[in-house]
Design a protein around this ligand. Sequence first.
Ligand code: HEM
Length: 478
Amino acid sequence: KLLQRKQKRALPMPPSPPADPLIGHLRIIPEHDAHLFFHQLSKTYGKIISLRIPRRTLIILNSEKAAVDLLEKRSSIYSDRPTSDVMSLMGFVSNIVLFPYGENFRRHRRLLNQYFHQKKCLSYQRVQVQEARRLLLNLARSPEKFEDHLNRYSAAIILNVAHGHQVQEEDDIYLRIAQDVEYAITHCAPPGSNLVDLFPFLKHMPSWMPGTFAATQARLFRPVVDRMHDYPFEDAKRKLAEGTSLDSLLSSELEKINREGEDYIYSAQDIKGATAIVYIGGVDTTFCTLLIFMLAMVLYPEAQTMAQKELDQLTGGTRLPTFADRKSLPYLEKLVQETYRWHSSVPGGMPHRCMEDDVYEGMFIPKGSIIITNIHAMTRDEDVYKDPHKFDPDRYDRGEPYTVSHFGFGRRICPGRYLADANVWIAIASILTAFRIESLTNDAGKPMYPSEDFESAITSRPKPFECRITPRNNDLLT
Ligand code: HEM
């Protein structure tokens, strides 16, 4: 075994750009849009790259094949996560995203699977259809606020099925709490990417030391994060006592805690953590995907026309689509898949951690390496997709494959993917049936196309843009 280990360690690591002494590649890794930088590096150094920063090795995977070969086919050693001190300081303590691979991870995964496995998600279709209709009415009423409406849609479904809460038209307290938490997360930087995470010892330094900014911020934001965990739980307890609960993850779990008490395998803390992460993992990702779809429709009107023709043929223009129609809408399916591929809403993926020394294609991957799944590079891989920057649903007729990377990999694959995919599909199908989405025009009637710019933290969305959203058939909007 010792010999094997020595033989592995004698192999070269994946290629890297030149490094500085001591700090390695720390200086060249940008704080923002690292996925673009890593993609660029892959053009010079190959699709698997290693970077060194103090106390850590990063292995960047820029190809879907490598990610599947390692994170899925060897999932028993690639399903760990690097720790995030910032997120723990902020109060995300019972949060599956941050759990190392082990018993707690498995317990939480089982809990989420109970509520979000493929068949269970069929029971949420009624809520999804109802929220899609409300989305259309909101878009008809104030099309210029399309961002707000898409955000509300994405939140309303999660809050209904996970928290048992029905979003209010005005000033909803759940949305307000979530907004505060979103602000907190974006101001503390994504896990693994800031100084406190790279040098965990910094969090014990006084907060005036340079470089400890994120830790101070994290502590400041703690009450906001605590509220996201505590408020829904207390609210659900109250509703259960009053007999006014809606069926949801939270109400079912509370009933089990009440029934089984201390013997129940999930504690109040577990349930609070699970509902919080379903919100954090599920709302912004869905919202960003829908914004990406809107931008694609403005920039690629022909794809939109094709999808609308297909929808009109099926529905006769007299009704809105339902989930039962999905199989009969092949062009729409390609358009949805192309939305996932064209621009991923989680372009840098979530980091995994390798638990054993490993060898892949003759390259050594040391135990403890952080594995970055560069989904952006995978879905824009020129060896797989012709003109990858182009939004082109017809590419799949030429034999190009649907991407499998947008929901991540292996035992860490997104547990909410069935719910998410249905949220995205019914929203897109409904919007395209009811509205035409177009660029604004200048005084001479020429289209003023928005630029294809994105802003990214963990999730990525188009920079704010304007468009014209006009009803195609008012009868569908009553
Ligand atoms: C279009 C929407 C969504 C996208 C693009 C998306 C994407 C992802 C990705 C890329 C990961 C990382 C997987 C990995 O580590 O390899 C992930 C993890 C996760 N997602 Fe999603 N997601 C979406 C919606 C949802 C929804 C609706 C939920 C909740 C119901 C959810 C809950 C989670 C959780 C809890 C994790 C962490 C899993 C773990 O660490 O084991 N996501 N998602």
